[in-house]
Every structure is written in structure tokens, then in C-alpha cells.
Design a protein around this ligand. Structure first.
Ligand code: PMP
Length: 425
């Protein structure tokens, strides 16, 4: 193979390739990843960087994992993709079986979508269709918390934080939803009371409440008491509103429970998972629901779930997801996540001494340093890279969610990089 001409590649990238939330042509120069193995990204001009981001929560087992590689190769030789309309196959059926087995009791039906945002679209569509099928089309709004993030397609955007930038851009186009204040970290009865009131007041027009349980991720990396999930379950049950948990970021052990719903021992009516579903290898997500939701839809004038993407149930992704779940459940993952939690506690504690740091918080394999000002993203990223770590600080946050295989020395290195980014950003 010819030697990679990095400058030429970056020039083409800048001129032709959109990056997340990026301008065209590009302004920030991305780093070029040549390969990845274990917890390391091999980056042109920088050598090996420890990945503190797990590629946005997904690469829980690290990169280039022999078990996941074998699963992908084995499936590739059999069939990489086939349409799901009128056809089925073992990888998808086995995946559905695994997801039902490992999810909170009561979730029994699985829609295999192709990205997190689509799985949220499907969840919201399920809820809307449920009420239409029961002859209650007026129940068509969603209630969510401020500070949330549920994806970048239309319905998910409508339930993202209204201050997050997108609502202003799309006002008059996005569905108008109901927003409750973001939950406080600790349980406060007065907040719970207000939350109950808001749900009750809008129940006549609400199809569902949708929230990220325990951790609000991309909207601000905030943690909250699981007790609020019980409050939501009770008030939704009392007032005929469905409850959706978006576990796309929190699922598969990240918060120290297999799903964050477990911290509250609550089963939602609908649950979305994605990201770590395939260990970060391939694009796949899933929407699970209870028989109540599925039966409701089946009773409607249109008794089918009106959704069917081309790459639904992709066998390659499903085979890797099966291997990834087996890998996770086949080890003492709780102990590993606990180890990461205590490693991050130690590694991030010096951050609280840094000027401008407002809060340092850790939950499971998630560590967050919050500043009292918006950081200079480029300077903060450079500082982390200089410490040999890949981080993606944004707004007033420097944060990490490393792969579960990250060793103690690499956790310490991540801690140094987070501190450097907080100092320089
Ligand atoms: N919901 C949550 C909680 C997320 O964190 C994300 C991704 N950051 C999404 C939905 C959207 O998933 P995707 O980017 O795969 O469309």
C-alpha cells in the first residue's frame, strides 16, 4: 500500500466530508486514526493515544477484539446482509432473545433498528401508534426533562434540551413537546412533587414520558437519583401515560448496572439501546417494548408497526452484538466497572483543586469534570493529546467513559489528561 499522505487526506476531508456538528468546509483539523487495538488509537503524527471516550460510549471491550473480530468474520462468510421483510435469520433472533433475557422484566418485543436516533424514532412512533390504536389520538405529545439528548433525527430532536441550540434553529418545524426541569442530583421531594404535577396536568395530551435514566449524557453529563424513575413510573401508571427509557448511552453496564433502570427496579414500557450493543463495532440499536404496547398497536385500524428500514436486523451487526453481549456477561463485568469507578475517583480527584472547576463526579465507568466556564475545545483537546489520551471536551465539560478493559495505569493517564484539559481549556 502507498504511504498515507496525511496532508492530502486532510485537505480532501476539509473540502468534502461533514463531521458531527461541523461546518463546510471544515475548520478544525481532525486527527487521522490509522488503526485501533485494545484501548489505543494509533493516530498519525501522535502515535498511540489511550481512548478515554470509547468512541462515544460504545467500544466497551476496546478495539480489534479477537472474539468480536471472529464473530464478524464468521458471519461475513455466511451472509453480511439480507432484507428483513419476509425473511429472518439466526443472528437477529438470537439477539432479540438475549436482549429480552437481560433487560428489565416485562420487556418482550424487540425492533432491531440501525442507529440510536432511529431506535428513539421507533420508540416514539410506538407510543403514538399505541394511543391512536386505542382511539385516543389526542395523546400525541411527549414530556421530557430539560438537559436531555435523544438523537438528531426529527422526533428525537424535539425531545432534546430546548436550550441546546437545535430548538431555536427549528422552531415552527419541530413537534412541540412538554419540558419539565432537569432532575436534581439528589432526591428532593419538592422536585418530585412538581414533576408529578406536570405529568398529571398534561396527561390528557401525553403519549409518553421519555428520559435518559440516571445519567443525562450529551445534554450535560448530569447524574440524578434513581428515585425519580420510580416517581415517573407511578405517575405514568396513574394517569395513562407510557414511559420510555433511553438507555442508548447508559446500557450494557456503563453506570454499574446492566441497564440504569435497574438502579430503580423499574421497567419502562419502551426501552432504547444502542452504542455498546455491538461493542462499538457496527451500527445497530434496538427498541424493546412490553406486550401491553405491542398488543395495543395490534388492536388498531393499522395493526402493524409502521416502520421498516432497509438495514433492519443486519446479520453482521447482530452476530457481533451477540458476541459482545456474551463477552460482557461471561466476565465479572460488575467488578470491572467498579474497578474503573474507583480508578476514576482517584484519577480525577486532583481536578477539584484546579481553578474554575465546579464539580467532579464519577458514576460507574463515567467521570466528569465540570467547569464554571465554557472551555476552549481545541486547547483542551490538545492538552489531553499531549498527555497521550483522546478526549472530546465540550461546553463546560471535560469527561471520560473509557472501555471496561482500561488498565489502572491507563486510568491514571486519563486522569492526568482530564486535569490538563481542564487547566488548559
Ligand atoms: N440517545 C442518547 C441518550 C444518546 O446518547 C445518543 C447518542 N449520543 C442517541 C440517543 C442517538 O444515537 P445515535 O447517535 O446512534 O443516533
Amino acid at each position: 500500500m502507498p504511504e498515507l499522505d496525511i496532508d492530502a487526506l486532510l485537505d480532501l476531508d476539509r473540502r468534502h466530508v461533514w463531521h458531527p456538528y461541523g461546518p463546510m468546509p471544515g475548520r478544525q483539523q481532525p486527527l487521522v486514526v490509522e488503526s485501533a487495538a485494545g484501548v489505543q488509537l494509533r493516530v498519525a503524527g501522535h502515535g498511540e493515544l489511550v481512548d478515554g471516550m470509547s468512541s462515544w460510549w460504545s467500544a466497551i471491550h476496546g478495539y480489534n477484539h479477537p472474539v468480536l473480530n471472529d464473530a464478524a468474520r464468521g458471519q461475513l462468510d455466511r451472509m453480511s446482509h439480507v432484507m428483513f421483510g419476509g425473511l429472518t435469520h439466526e443472528p437477529a433472533v438470537r439477539l432479540a432473545e438475549r436482549l429480552v433475557d437481560m433487560s428489565p422484566e416485562g420487556l418482550e418485543h424487540v425492533f432491531l433498528a440501525d442507529s440510536g436516533s432511529v431506535s428513539v424514532e421507533v420508540a416514539l412512533k410506538m407510543c403514538l401508534q399505541y394511543w391512536r390504536s386505542l382511539g385516543r389520538p389526542e395523546k400525541r405529545r411527549m414530556l421530557t426533562w430539560r438537559g436531555g439528548y435523544h438523537g438528531d433525527t426529527w422526533q428525537p430532536m424535539s425531545v432534546c434540551d430546548p436550550e441546546g441550540g437545535m430548538h431555536g434553529l427549528w422552531s415552527g418545524v419541530l413537534a412541540e413537546q412538554v419540558f419539565a426541569d432537569a432532575p436534581p442530583t439528589e432526591y428532593e421531594e419538592s422536585y418530585a412533587e412538581r414533576l408529578r404535577d406536570t405529568v398529571e396536568r398534561h396527561a390528557h395530551e401525553l403519549a409518553a414520558v421519555i428520559v435518559e435514566p440516571v445519567v443525562q449524557g450529551a445534554g450535560g453529563m448530569r447524574f440524578h437519583s434513581p428515585a425519580y424513575l420510580r416517581v415517573l413510573r407511578e405517575v405514568c401508571d396513574a394517569h395513562d401515560v407510557l414511559l420510555v427509557f433511553d438507555e442508548i448511552a447508559t446500557g450494557f453496564g456503563r453506570t454499574g448496572a446492566l441497564f440504569a433502570a435497574e438502579h430503580a427496579a423499574v421497567t419502562p414500557d419502551v426501552m432504547c439501546v444502542g452504542k455498546a450493543l455491538t461493542g462499538g463495532y457496527l451500527t445497530m440499536a434496538a427498541t424493546l417494548c412490553t406486550p401491553r404496547v405491542a398488543d395495543g398497536i395490534s388492536r388498531g385500524e393499522v395493526p402493524v408497526l409502521a416502520h421498516g428500514p432497509t438495514f433492519m436486523g443486519n446479520p453482521l451487526a447482530a452476530a457481533v452484538a451477540n458476541a459482545s453481549i456474551d463477552l460482557l456477561l461471561g466476565q465479572d463485568w460488575r467488578a470491572e466497572v467498579k474497578r474503573i469507578e474507583s480508578g476514576l475517583h482517584d484519577a480525577l480527584s486532583p481536578a477539584s483543586e484546579i481553578d474554575g472547576v465546579q464539580d467532579v463526579r464519577v458514576l460507574g465507568a463515567i467521570g466528569v469534570v465540570q467547569l464554571d466556564h465554557d472551555i476552549d475545545m481545541a486547547a483542551a483537546t490538545r492538552a489531553a493529546v499531549a498527555e497521550g489520551v483522546w478526549l472530546r471536551p465540550f461546553r463546560d465539560l471535560v469527561y471520560t467513559m473509557p472501555p471496561y478493559i482500561t488498565g489502572d495505569e491507563d486510568l491514571a493517564r486519563i486522569g492526568r489528561a482530564v486535569c490538563a484539559a481542564a487547566r488548559e481549556g
